[in-house]
Design a protein around this ligand. Structure first.
Ligand SMILES: NC(=O)C1=CN([C@@H]2O[C@H](COP(=O)(O)OP(=O)(O)OC[C@H]3O[C@@H](n4cnc5c(N)ncnc54)[C@H](O)[C@@H]3O)[C@@H](O)[C@H]2O)C=CC1
Length: 309
């Protein structure tokens, strides 16, 4: 190992997001991590991003930053494209020049959801909205540059830190005595902590990323797909079993509705299920269920509320 490699840091972008926060812990065993977020490295500022890459000369870049506001993206397609696609292309080019590995995350929203079975990596993409389109463009940019890369497509991310569906349902369940949640969109709720753990395990198997040749795409989601309605019911059921939540409704008060009754600016795929066998087979992994992570998240939220931190 040369001197420059010893000092070359791991660069983590988007370190304050749901996933970035978890990655800080799971990347630490691989070496010194330089964790940057929007305030210190704005991906919309491509010149700054290039300068950071050239100054730091990382050997491994993990990009957890993204424009993730799915509906707002319909109004800001250029900004979404710059962050989700152009910045990713730039990172891929700079990484290639350094022979560094770029780890990047993408989404189930690259698909239109019309397939009857879980999607595999080789299935044709057909995003329904701006967010999905720009995330697909980011994947394409990485693949076109042809450096060393890993792209993990995930879905329905949740965790104790950050904004997500779990927290929205908990808030609504404390305010209302009935709810309607769509039941015809099916996918895998995926804990941010699980994505970070799997990323760390994969990188450890790849000698900290040094052994990865070329750019590979993998699906990475938790087991046990469910509808949004089923997920909402599971959230309330988990909260019921955790002391400290004041709920106005139980799981049975969450009525199933079709997507047509809950129109949003960006349409969502009906089938978001992703097949993870490629990842499982290559690295000898089994994707865990999301339910235990949900219970643990409830305990964490209850503790936080109790202790005021
Ligand atoms: N949240 C979800 O349900 C899903 C997320 N994903 C993907 O997973 C990855 C991680 O997502 P989350 O952690 O859930 O998202 P998040 O929204 O919690 O975090 C995104 C991070 O990116 C940062 N960011 C936004 N704009 C930025 C900019 N211009 N410059 C620098 N940083 C910027 C934010 O500050 C935040 O720290 C992303 O690639 C996302 O597209 C994929 C499927 C579903």
């Amino acid at each position: 190992m040369g001197k420059s490699e010893v000092s070359a840091p791991i660069l983590l972008l988007g370190s304050q997001g749901q996933l970035g926060w978890q990655l800080q812990r799971d990347l630490a065993p691989l070496g010194p991590v330089l964790a940057l977020d929007r305030r210190t490295c704005d991906l919309a500022d491509l010149d700054r991003l290039r300068a950071v890459m050239r100054e730091q000369r990382p050997r491994l870049i993990v990009n957890a930053a993204a424009y993730t506001a799915v509906d707002q993206a319909e109004k800001e397609p250029e900004l979404a494209r710059r962050i989700n696609a152009e910045a990713v292309g730039l990172l891929a080019e700079e990484a290639k020049a350094l022979d560094a590995l770029l780890v990047h995350y993408s989404t189930d929203y690259v698909f239109d959801g019309s397939k009857a079975a879980p999607y595999v990596e080789s299935d044709a993409t057909a995003p329904l909205g701006v967010y999905g389109r720009t995330k697909r463009e980011g994947e394409e940019a990485m693949l076109a540059v042809g450096g060393r890369g890993l792209i993990f497509r995930t879905s329905w991310v949740f965790g104790a830190r950050g904004k997500n569906f779990v927290k929205t349902i908990l808030r609504l369940a404390s305010e209302r005595d009935s709810l309607k949640v769509v039941a015809d969109q099916v996918g895998s709720p995926t804990p941010a902590a699980m994505i970070a753990t799997v990323t760390g395990m994969v990188l450890a198997q790849l000698d900290g990323g040094r052994a990865q040749q070329g750019c590979e795409l993998y699906h990475l989601v938790a087991a046990n797909p469910v509808s949004w309605n089923g997920f909402a019911r599971a959230i309330v059921a988990a909260a019921e079993q955790t002391p400290g939540f004041a709920l106005k409704l139980g799981p049975e008060a969450i009525a199933p509705i079709p997507s047509s009754e809950y129109p949003l600016p960006a349409p969502r795929p009906l089938n978001s299920r992703l097949d993870c066998r490629k990842l499982e087979d290559r690295f000898g992994l089994t994707m865990p269920d999301w339910q235990p992570y949900l219970s643990r998240m409830m305990q964490l939220l209850a503790l936080k509320a109790q202790n005021g931190y």
